[in-house]
Design a protein around this ligand. Structure first.
Ligand SMILES: [Zn+2]
Length: 473
């Protein structure tokens, strides 16, 4: 409890706004350009940790990612901050929670007053070649504001789904990113590649329909004899992960061919997970259960990161930016930074990992949208400043609060891949429960600093949101 409250207090004491023009305080002389690595950030959309073979899944969905984990550090208990593509990716690029960067739901632009500093801007300032290759409309730069700092922000989508949503396949985004890499791979680079295929609708890829099984697996998909419909959808979902993993192998091989693998820090992460029919729930965006919040997170940089390390401490996607900057060797905190560098924890092999709460929240709640949502949806979105659910994990305790009803639910995550029924709070002191509540409230208040979101939503964008299910009444 003391630790919990102390961590909350720590957040409060961190000055939110450092002096202006902080980006201009970064100079190339602050870091060693010769030893600084390239950075390759790979984000898989909608990819649950427990459906990757390196996390114990029985189907061999991810041989490429498994090899990456074998050559780096795998975080067994990583959490996203919010299970939505736009807000989650913006958090990775800013080390700010959604309530800080202003984009609390898909389709919202991050704050423009003030503007958060983006990871790509830092690399641009350091003289890196910077490029992003994204695969879905929710990350378009006009919609999110993520284009700043990238020399190239490639968003050439090639197909539509659910009528109006645009995206592209993993092999297409992979090929485009590799064309860029062949040209710039010998310069110092920051490359972000976003794969989208595991997002619904799930397509069964015949070549990955019958994946080999892993020995010593801990996690098994539901049997078709129990629920054939669900089993078929999960098989398709798994094949979507496998096909993107298969493409990723080509990018890693290219790094080898270019002779730059040892000088490249590779970060692999998912923006959020997915409900696959547990308790009748499919998709993501409205809950903070383990299926949506628990994501894979791997760092590989053979020069500095031990091989095959696995760390159990709870960590967050908000930690990605400061961790990357640590390995680049740049001492710089973005204004409002909420994450911690994981480098000390990695160097220590996870021993003596600091105990602190790992926070998350969700703003979306379909039932909150009234029938007349077509006219007021965006007014609602831009003024909705109170999350539907907030929560944290500390150790194996998970606490979820639905603020509006003042309800607190506690879970013991004996198995991080699932969330059993809430445990009883009997036996816990009032002071303990009040501490959890106050800790969550303090965290939210301390980080909810009123950055103004900018809704730049075209009619086309709105139709996309609607057909994706994010704007359903
Ligand atoms: Zn996503």
């Amino acid at each position: 409890m003391r630790r919990f409250l102390g961590a909350c207090l720590g957040i409060i004491l961190i000055p939110y706004f450092l002096p202006a023009k902080t980006l201009k305080t970064i100079h190339k002389s602050q870091f060693d350009a010769k030893s600084a690595p390239n950075v390759l950030l790979i984000t898989f959309d909608t990819t649950r940790a427990d459906h990757l073979s390196c996390y114990g899944y029985v189907r061999r969905t991810s041989p490429t990612i498994d090899r990456l984990a074998a050559h780096g550090v795998l975080f067994e208990n990583a959490y996203t901050v919010e299970p939505l593509t736009g807000p989650s990716h913006i958090t990775m690029m800013t080390s700010l929670y959604p309530q800080q960067h202003g984009a609390t739901i898909n389709g919202m632009h991050m704050s423009t007053h003030p503007r958060p500093i983006l990871l790509a801007q830092i690399f641009h300032r350091l003289g890196y070649k910077t490029a992003a290759f994204i695969s879905a409309w929710t990350l378009r730069k006009s919609m999110t504001g993520l284009g700043r700092g990238f020399h190239i922000y490639n968003q050439n989508f090639t197909y539509h789904y659910k009528m109006v949503n645009s995206a592209r396949r993993g092999n297409q985004v992979g090929a485009a990113s590799r064309r860029w890499l062949r040209k710039h791979g010998h310069s110092r680079f920051f490359l972000w590649v976003h794969y989208f295929d595991p997002h619904e609708p799930y397509v069964l890829h015949p070549q990955f329909a019958h994946l080999p099984h892993m020995k010593n697996a801990k996690i098994f998909p539901i049997s078709a004899s129990v629920d054939a419909y669900r089993a078929a959808k999960i098989r398709a979902y798994d094949s979507e992960i496998a096909i993107d993993d298969n493409d990723l192998a080509k990018t890693f091989k290219l790094l080898d061919d270019l002779g730059v693998r040892d000088q490249t820090l590779i970060v692999f992460v998912a923006d959020h997970g997915e409900n696959l029919g547990e308790h009748g729930i499919w998709g993501h965006g409205y809950h903070i259960n383990q299926q949506e919040m628990h994501v894979p997170l791997i760092f590989s940089y053979p020069k500095e990161i031990p091989q095959g390390e696995r760390i159990k401490a709870n960590v967050s996607t908000v930690d990605i930016l400061p961790t990357i900057l640590s390995y680049v060797g740049l001492h710089f905190r973005v204004p409002g930074q909420s994450g911690y560098s994981l480098k000390p924890m990695i160097t220590n092999g996870g021993k003596d990992a600091p105990a602190r709460p790992t926070y998350f929240l969700v703003y979306s709640e379909p039932t909150l949208l009234p029938p007349q949502w077509m006219s007021i949806f965006w007014t609602w979105a831009e003024t909705k400043r109170i999350p539907s659910l907030t929560g944290f994990v500390e150790g194996n305790l998970k606490v979820v609060s639905s603020g509006s009803q003042d309800a607190l639910r506690l879970y013991r995550l004996d198995d991080v891949f699932s969330q059993a029924k809430p445990v009883s709070s009997k036996g816990m002191s009032i002071a303990t429960l009040t501490g959890y509540r106050e800790g969550l409230d303090s965290w939210f208040k301390a980080t909810n600093r009123g950055m103004e979101p900018q809704g730049h939503l075209s009619k086309e964008d709105f139709e996309m949101l609607k057909s994706l299910g994010y704007a359903n009444p």
